[in-house]
Design a protein around this ligand. Structure first.
Ligand code: ZN
Length: 546
């Protein structure tokens, strides 16, 4: 079948929660790259009887392109040898590329594999501004999916200077300018202030911040001030996605305190808290790990301004990869695995440690349990969406298994029996959580919810005018199997997966914002670049300043 300019998907059972369609047999019509209300008789048809039709998947948080991801690939030659990806045989003799898989697939393989999973949009969650051009170059080489990235702010010298000087408006103008200059999509904060301390050597043996009111250089600069400044900027600029926050103390026992303090610091303001699982531990710093999922999700449940993605840990290989340099140093010293610490000469940090989550390891089992508790105790699926923080908690290829864990209690209980339960004592999961996600809830947490949280108005739904991104699954009681091998995937009106085979690999689109700002900030920035930066102002950003 050639690229259909018009297509009627007939007789499928449609799950389109954004439009209140909950498992209704109806047709979906496509014209060009859009969903339309109807089409005349005689247009090409795709028979979807007995199948399940959903909008294309939307990944709100993954690490798929850019400097840190590429350093991760270079650290994993063994994975490349173990998982070669031959060039797919595309229709009409189109050119395709071979690559490598593993936990951090190469660019082309990333696009092919996302599409093969029924995902048509993905957000790269952490790009250093100075490496924006690199991230765009990699996304240019990542076919099929529409993609954008979150640009790292909150540990960079210029911003911290503005906060120290009480220049809130200039900080906002800077954030707006930076988003435009890097062609970014949203503001990302990682361990506010902690990376600046890590790089400066301050902050005791851990070279990190521990609480929201620790000073970062100047006593006027604290994690709390950084959060307030950037959340305020994102909201004042009316960005489609609010500030995207990786809290302080990731992975530390007792970090529930800083997580809740961060949410309270921004009470009443829209904010997205990412990979919440890694920030929902009770106990005390350095010891007594336990789940604090209940406390954290209760706050989220009762505060409509807060959204989150879970960052589920899945058993098996992973690569931990984050701008949170001090965390990776800690993981390296405790695991003895390979480690790199890079990007410290950029406006942020980056550490990478390949990892494997084992069922019999007490902490890994706790992390797995905390993620499931967050999912199963969440009362607002629109605001608590699916992620594994790929490749940190596991590969995006593990999403189908995660969906089965959410939908199939017997399967979940079976796995629960096998894991190390030492640290799960008293957790809601061990007490027994009966909830099973419905297909509608899965459609919310994997596409409709992330699209809404990202402010992507034409994604995550199948209403008139929506992007023609559609995934069609064979209905299979084994939900892991069903979600891992969609029968058809349509991206912007092009049939990319046909009968379970990748057949076409069109280019995806870039998602970016260009907010307005007071141009006076660029004069000040130019002075700052002249005095301190290793690149000229004119050469900064995604493309040279015109
Ligand atoms: Zn992440």
């Amino acid at each position: 079948m050639n690229k259909p300019s018009r297509l009627r998907i007939t007789g499928g059972t449609v799950y389109d929660p954004a439009n209140g369609v909950d498992g209704v047999v109806r047709d979906v019509c496509i014209e060009g790259d859009r969903i339309v209300a109807d089409l005349p008789a005689g247009v090409p048809r795709l028979d979807a009887r007995g199948m399940i039709v959903m909008p294309g998947g939307v990944d709100i948080h993954a690490h798929v392109a850019g400097s840190s991801v590429n350093h991760g690939r270079r650290l994993l030659p063994d994975e490349h040898a173990a998982d070669p990806v031959p060039a797919p045989r595309l229709a009409e003799g189109a050119v395709s590329r071979s690559g490598t898989g593993g936990t951090i697939p190469s660019t082309f393989a990333t696009g092919y594999r996302y599409a093969g999973l029924g995902y048509t949009t993905a957000m790269e969650a952490a790009v250093a501004p100075l490496a924006a051009r690199h991230a765009h170059a990699e996304l240019d080489d990542t076919p099929i999916i529409d993609a954008g990235f979150f640009v790292l702010l909150g540990n960079d010298d210029y911003l911290l200077r503005q906060i120290a000087a009480g220049e809130t408006a200039r900080a906002r103008d800077y954030a707006a300018w930076l988003l435009g200059a890097t062609r970014g999509y949203a503001i990302k904060i990682v361990n506010p202030g902690g990376i600046a301390r890590w790089k400066s050597g301050a902050g005791g043996p851990e070279r990190n911040v521990a609480g929201l009111d620790d000073p970062v250089g100047s006593s006027a600069v604290t994690p709390r001030k950084i959060l307030e400044t950037l959340a305020g900027a994102a909201n004042a600029l009316e960005l489609p996605h609010p500030v995207h926050i990786h809290c302080n103390n990731l992975g530390q026992p007792g970090n529930v305190e800083t997580t809740l303090a961060s949410m309270r610091a921004l009470a009443g303001q829209r904010a997205h808290f990412t990979h919440l699982q890694f920030h929902s531990y009770g106990g005390e710093r350095g010891k007594n790990w336990k789940s604090a999922a209940n406390e954290v999700i209760e706050y989220v449940n009762t505060h409509g301004e807060v959204s989150a993605d879970v960052g589920q840990v899945m058993f098996g290989p992973a690569t931990t990869l984050t701008a949170d340099g001090p965390v990776e140093h800690l993981l390296y010293t405790s695991s003895g695995r390979r480690w790199v610490n890079v990007d410290i000469e950029l406006e942020t940090g980056c550490g990478i440690v390949p990892y494997s989550y084992k069922e019999r390891a007490a902490v890994a089992a706790l992390q797995w349990g905390v993620g499931l508790e967050l999912f199963l105790l969440a009362r607002a699926p629109w605001r608590v969406v699916l992620s594994t923080d790929h490749p940190n908690g596991g590969s995006f290829l593990s999403y189908p298994r995660l969906i089965r864990l959410l939908m199939d209690r017997a399967y979940r209980d079976e796995q629960l029996k096998r894991v190390n339960q030492k640290l799960l004592a008293g957790s809601a999961l061990l007490d027994g959580l009966a909830r099973e996600y419905s297909l509608t809830e899965v459609a919310i947490v994997t596409r409709a919810g992330p699209a809404r949280l990202l402010g992507l108005k034409t994604k995550g739904h199948l209403g008139t005018g929506a992007d023609a991104d559609v995934t069609i699954y064979s209905d299979d009681a084994d939900r892991a199997k069903m979600f891992s091998t969609p029968r058809y995937v349509i991206k912007a009106g092009t049939l990319v997966v046909e009968e379970g085979q990748l057949r076409r690999a069109p280019e995806g689109r870039r998602l970016a914002v260009r907010p307005e700002y007071d141009a006076a900030v660029t004069k000040d920035l130019k002075r700052f670049f002249d005095d301190y930066a290793c690149v000229s102002f004119e050469n900064y950003g995604a493309e040279p300043v015109a």
